[in-house]
Design a protein around this ligand. Structure first.
Ligand code: FAD
Length: 502
């Protein structure tokens, strides 16, 4: 016991992280009643990605009526794709109204979580305090630790440098010369917002994304009233959005007619918005559509054509005190560099923190990134441990909340089983291997592995698809929606559990 926070008891569950997944898990525990749980969150508020990504233009690109909890529908979404403040407010409201806040320790950066074989519980250290729990759920996020680009001289830049996920709101950008590195999902949301404000904006692109129109609009007062008064209408919309996104899956399986259809939408969008053939050529992707996330925007291409904005495709050679040196040798003078360069998705830092039964961390257990988990959720050698949105749970198109909710259902059942029986469960290594192989078999020949791009969906060493789920969302739920003890190696010990919990 090293601090007042530590009540010296073995809790039923510790959840790492208070984003969509961690909060959703907590709602399930809270509604269940009897579970004694704690959330350890390193930041000072709930919200995860939606607390951290406050860059101008930040919004979801999956429709809000689907990109939200099924068990907490929100009839008041202001538009089809809600912006970051609205999503964050939704998550704060969830924590408040579901009674979760008292269970959260903020400023609790988990630096160690070790399975204690003697006491058969997890020993967790966060910000100098020690906590113990029978079960551990990592909901630390797959896009929560920003990555800066590996460019020589980056640290020598004397101007302002920050990441899109750690936006520097103190700094007045008006009238400055800004360089934006990265044209992924965040980058293309930022460009139209900055273009209006800054003196000049140089956009550094490594590979061109496919972009299709953003079918966004505000919901009318009448629609919102209808969603509130007749909840089935909101549910019907949610179902419709689910199946719309699900129907975009065949393209991943290289169905030619579907590829042609979606490619032509992207091609037409580019042609109609970018008349200049030279710029259009620079903005034409050189890999198959879907290999990287297909982006949605109506204002990115127009913003690039403003007189104060320039697309740079020559590649970056290095960065010096005053700006960016291009591959061509040209120097671009800058006051600010914004890195919209993504996250440590392939090898999440939390995997170095969690140490299993034989004293090896998850990172050491997985040679090459998140190599796999049974049901995408549990790992051999890590008793009573569950990882939310870990290996093979990402989506190219679809709502991550659906994936998280599937896992929440699974973990809720597993934790109930563990607490009722006093068992310690982990998947058999052979069962895990079989499961992971079945996932990898499904990834072969998909656009992600064969589409000719390099993306964070693949591990750079193994070339394997480790972050993305290579099948339908509905199939994920069918396979991984329910915990079955028969899939697990189990050591019942109710007597010891009763002793520990007393
Ligand atoms: C800008 C942006 C837009 C996105 N848009 C969409 C979208 O439209 N549709 C979609 O499906 N997905 C989208 N995503 C993906 C998004 O990450 C997921 O949808 C979802 O928010 C993930 O929730 P999470 O709870 O797993 O992780 P997060 O929201 O990342 O939360 C993880 C939490 O864990 C905490 N944490 C991490 N490590 C530790 C530690 N060691 N100790 C204590 N706490 C820790 C973090 O502080 C954070 O609060 C987007 C992501 C980003 C970044």
């Amino acid at each position: 016991v090293t601090s007042a926070d530590n009540e010296g008891r073995v809790r039923d569950a510790i959840i790492i992280g208070a984003g969509f997944a961690g909060l959703g898990m907590a709602v399930a525990f809270e509604r269940e009643g009897l579970i004694d749980y704690l959330i350890l969150e390193r930041a000072g508020d709930v919200g995860g990605a939606w607390r951290d990504n406050t860059y101008p233009g930040a919004a979801c690109d999956i429709q809000s009526h689907l990109y939200s909890y099924s068990f907490r529908p929100n009839p008041d979404w202001s538009r089809v794709f809600a912006t970051q403040p609205e999503i964050l407010a939704y998550l704060r409201r969830t924590a408040e109204e579901e009674g979760i806040r008292p269970h959260i320790r903020f400023g609790a950066d988990v630096t160690s979580a070790r399975w204690n074989s003697r006491d058969r519980c997890w020993d967790v250290t966060a910000a100098g305090s020690e906590y113990r729990a029978r079960t551990l759920i990592s909901a630390a996020g797959h896009l929560s630790d920003p990555v800066y680009p590996d460019i020589p001289g980056l640290q020598t830049f004397a101007g302002r440098l920050f990441h899109s996920a750690r936006w520097d709101h103190e700094f007045e950008l008006r009238g400055t010369r800004v360089g934006l590195i990265g044209t992924g999902a965040s980058g293309i949301q930022i460009v139209p917002e900055l273009a209006d404000v800054v003196a000049s904006l140089d956009v550094f692109q490594r590979s061109a994304p496919y972009i299709v129109p953003r079918r966004d609009r505000e919901y009318t007062v009448a629609e919102k009233r209808m969603f509130a008064r007749v909840p089935e209408t909101a549910q019907n919309l949610r179902d419709e959005l689910f199946w719309y996104n699900e129907s975009r899956f065949p393209q991943r399986r290289q169905v030619p007619s579907f590829i042609e259809q979606i490619s032509s939408v992207a091609r037409d969008h580019l042609a109609s918005q970018v008349p200049d053939p030279a710029l259009r050529a620079q903005l034409t992707p050189d890999y198959e559509i879907g290999c990287k996330r297909i982006l949605i925007s109506n204002d990115y291409y127009p913003a690039l054509q403003r007189p104060n904005v320039r697309l740079r495709t020559e590649g970056i050679a290095r960065i010096d005190e005053t700006g960016i040196v291009l591959g061509s040798g040209e120097h671009v003078d800058l006051d600010v560099i914004v890195a919209a360069t993504g996250f440590e998705a392939v090898e999440p830092p939390i995997s170095r923190v969690i140490v299993g039964r034989i004293g090896r961390s998850l990172a050491e257990t997985w040679d090459a990134g998140m190599e796999g988990a049974y049901a995408c959720t549990t790992v051999a050698g890590f008793p009573n441990f569950f990882i939310a949105l870990g290996p093979n749970t990402g989506l190219g198109a679809g709502s991550m909340i659906y994936m998280a909710e599937t896992q929440i259902g699974y973990v809720r059942e597993a934790v109930a089983y563990i607490l009722a029986t006093g068992a310690t469960v982990e998947p058999a290594e052979s069962a895990q291997r079989r499961y992971v192989e079945s996932v990898h078999r499904r990834s072969e020949g998909t656009v992600w592995t064969a589409g000719g791009c390099s993306s964070w969906y693949l591990h750079p060493r193994s070339g394997r698809l480790t972050t993305l789920w290579p099948d339908f969302m509905s199939q994920f739920r069918r396979e991984n929606g329910h915990f079955s003890p028969s899939d697990y190696v189990s050591e019942p010990d109710a007597g010891e559990l009763a002793l520990q919990r007393s």
